[in-house]
Design a protein around this ligand. Structure first.
Ligand code: ZN
Length: 107
């Protein structure tokens, strides 16, 4: 969101605090996306980004619905094929095989 000031210098709006500033080399704190107005805002932007990354990682680690793995193992033992179950449960065949292995054999 850059616009030229009457000084004919690029002025930027800090994405963190909303302040307009003239970017100097020491203001480019960033991470390759947008310049921020100060070291302080650079840290804030970095923290926000880190929190976002963390959230994304956590989203991936959502545990499967309870009983799903047992269900998969049961269907395998009933003769369903790995590739069919992979399609049904939207998992890779490798994951299905892992789930089968994880099942406790002594029941
Ligand atoms: Zn700022």
């Amino acid at each position: 969101m850059a616009h030229k000031t009457y000084h004919n210098i690029w002025e930027l709006k800090c994405p963190v605090c909303g302040k307009n500033f003239i970017p100097a080399a020491e203001h480019i704190y960033n991470d390759g996306e947008s310049a921020v107005c100060s070291y302080h805002c650079g840290l804030a932007a970095e923290r926000k980004k880190e929190a976002e990354r963390e959230r994304r990682r956590n989203r991936k680690r959502i545990p499967p619905p309870p009983g799903r793995d047992d269900e998969i193992r049961k269907r395998i033992s009933e003769g369903e094929s790995v590739d069919k179950l992979a399609r049904v449960y939207r998992l890779t065949e490798t994951r299905i095989k892992q789930i089968i292995k994880e099942g406790s054999p002594e029941e």
